[in-house]
Every structure is written in C-alpha cells, then in structure tokens.
Design a protein around this ligand. Structure first.
Ligand SMILES: [Fe+2]
Ligand SMILES: [Fe+2]
Length: 161
C-alpha cells in the first residue's frame, strides 16, 4: 500500500502531467492557427506523451492499492507571444516538472517506499530528455531567427528520434 503522503504526491503529479498535456495542446492549437504546422505537430505529439505520463501515474497508484483523483485542470493560456517565447515557457514548465518528480522521489525515500523510489526512476530519466529536447528546440529557434523559422518548422519533426 502507498502511504498517504506518497499517494498525495502521485495524485499531485497526475494533475501536473494532465495539465502539461493540456498546456501543450493549447500551444499546438495556437501554433497551428499561426501557420506553423510542424511545430504544431511536435506539440500535439508532446501533448499525447504527457497524457501517457498521467496514465502511468494513474496505473501505478491503482497497482499499489491507492486511490486516484482525476482533477479539473485549469485552463492553459490561449495565446502566445511568438514561438520563441512559447518554447521558453516549455523549457520552464519542464524544469518545474523535473522539480516536481524529484519531490515525489524525495517523498518516497522519506517514507521508506523503495518500490516507488525504483518505479519513479523512469521519470527521472524522462525529465532529462524532456529538458534537453526543449533546450535543443529553443537553441535552434534562436539560431534560426524569423527568416529561418519556415525551415525549422518544416524540419522539426525529424528532431524526434
Ligand atoms: Fe511529463
Ligand atoms: Fe514533459
């Protein structure tokens, strides 16, 4: 059984992964409506992956005999001040999520919950990749500038390994 503290941390993470999914969905819709089909496709895919992260937490809480809370998600912003600023938000958000995963891990360690300590390692590794892919795109956007955005938008999906 999960302790109450670890269960609460997992439920908090369910909310955060679900919000991440909606945030990237909103960003995807904005990018699509702004003529950036490639960046939109990248963000739609990212949104799907965040939903899978949420499902992983839901499955894990149930597997450990805990109780899952699916929350109401707050509404993400509809408009973004350009693609560069949007990807700065993506990176900042992923850094926040990394901190949040680390808190789940720290909570599990404090409760002597070795199963969760072990299980969450997948997310520790995933967050390394998430931060580095957001940083990669941000670097490329900065290099590309407005003139290069057309080409980056065309090629962005190739950056997904
Ligand atoms: Fe995630
Ligand atoms: Fe993420």
């Amino acid at each position: 059984m999960l302790t109450k503290k670890v269960e609460d941390l997992c439920n908090r993470q369910i909310e955060r992964e679900g919000y991440s999914s909606n945030l990237y969905l909103a960003m995807a819709a904005w990018a699509e409506s702004s003529g950036m089909a490639g960046i939109a496709a990248w963000l739609y895919k990212q949104s799907d992956e965040e939903r899978v992260h949420m499902l992983r937490f839901i499955g894990y809480v149930n597997e450990r005999g805990g109780s899952v809370t699916v929350p109401a998600f707050r509404q993400p912003p509809e408009k973004y001040n350009g693609v560069l600023e949007m990807f700065r938000e993506v990176l900042k958000h992923e850094q926040f999520i990394t901190g949040s995963i680390n808190e789940v891990l720290a909570g599990a360690i404090a409760e002597n919950d070795y199963a969760t300590t072990n299980w969450i390692q997948w997310f520790v590794k995933e967050q390394l990749e998430e931060e580095s892919s957001a940083q990669l795109i941000l670097d490329k956007l900065e290099l590309a500038g407005a003139a290069g955005l057309y080409f980056l938008d065309r090629d962005i999906m190739a950056l997904r390994g």
